[in-house]
Design a binder for this molecule. Sequence first.
Ligand SMILES: *Cc1c(COP(=O)(O)O)cnc(C)c1O
Ligand SMILES: [Zn+2]
Length: 477
Amino acid sequence: MSTEAFQQCINPDCRSTYAVDEVLFACSGCGSLLDVGYDWDKVPVPDSLSFFAKRWASSGRSLESRADYSGVWRFRELLPFARLSDLATIGEGRTTLQQVDAIARRLGMKSGSLFFQYEGFNPSGSFKDNGMAAAFTVARMLNRKRVACASTGNTSASMAMFASVLSESSDKAVQAIVFVGSGKIAYGKLSQALDYGATTLQIAGDFDACMRNVADVAEKLKIYLMNSVNPFRLEGQKTIMYRVLEGLSWEVPDWIIVPGGNLGNSSAFGKAFAELHQLGLIDRIPRIAIINAAGANTLCTLVNEYQLEWQEGRIESAVIDEHYSRHKESGWRAQTIASAIEIGRPVNLTKALRTLHCTNGLVRQIDDETILEHKALIGRHGYGCEPASAASLAGLRLLRDEGVIGTDERVVCILTGHSLKDPDATVGYHTGIDTKAVQWPKPSTPAGSLANQPISVGDDLDEICRVIESTRSDPRN
Ligand SMILES: *Cc1c(COP(=O)(O)O)cnc(C)c1O
Ligand SMILES: [Zn+2]
């Protein structure tokens, strides 16, 4: 364990610190969230970010080579809380930045101004693997044999994958216990948890109910909690931003657009940029736009309607409490086709407010139909993603329409999860067919504007040829 690292309460009036090996998910003094902090003077940080790029091509079985191969641990000097021998990796984070000029043009933007950071290309198919590598490292350091999470699907898929891959021998076996809301998870994700052997509890309730229960169970049964209240998760997710910078040859973009659910990613991104700036490795900080689904818009409402702000950490918690009691009274529940962000009480709310403050960020919300249209647009251009991820591009469109983002500003949208995570949503969009696994929001048209209906043809060569000749590829741009 490193001595330069510690856990620290984010409340400026408290600032209690704890050792890395203390198992806490909130400050025991004041109840605020914890950060992982570093004594940077004692950490040998390279003086240029380009230092990390040469590790990209690493291969081999040594500890060091395997850490270099990881898109998380390649940057280990910037999250120095563990020794090399503790690092958990399954090859996560080898994702790259894609320049998407054709989509940029559709949004009236210049070539070279729009990029996708495609995190669906992680081993379990979502960005969650970045954070899981870090949290599993701590679980190992603490010698924990049981880990648990509440999940809308991707956290559980990632945790289950890490647990089974890392259980190489019986003395290293880790049991993964996942809490999912009954009927609230896309089948692609549920299938992963089952396939990797996780103990899967379908709780009669939504994500917020799962979160409440898993936190209590973890405490009661001494199971290590892997949700993003675990501050080490966010350390791993910082590296998504390091890779974005790497993809831009260390030039800072103007905007990062990210879907917001539990707000772990947005919190991690803000921390990543604040630290790089503090270390003198970047000279300015990009603006971060966090995009909620309209049916799960807690952050958007609190920030834009109730003017909730970070206020140097002195957040008006009464505003949050009142909002949640309104939810309770009206029976409001988060509901959106973008199941990965279907969260009513985001656990990292306060940290996300800090991100908005230090990045001059903003929050918007997008309805389900618009999310699906943008998901189809991303799919049409060959990437594809699950519904939640498309909130980023839909958010960009909105900010373009509002005139907030200009034609030649440099924008990076985070595509958080792979399109095969939720095939029901995709098939539902293209065919209008209601599938069982998801609640398809009844579209105003039979199918979306980019719908690509399958064509039924008889078992007849002439008919098949005739049908093919009558179709033609429609120009995308
Ligand atoms: C978890 C997840 C999100 C939400 O991220 P937060 O860090 O919880 O805000 C968005 N998209 C996908 C695909 C996810 O798995
Ligand atoms: Zn505190």
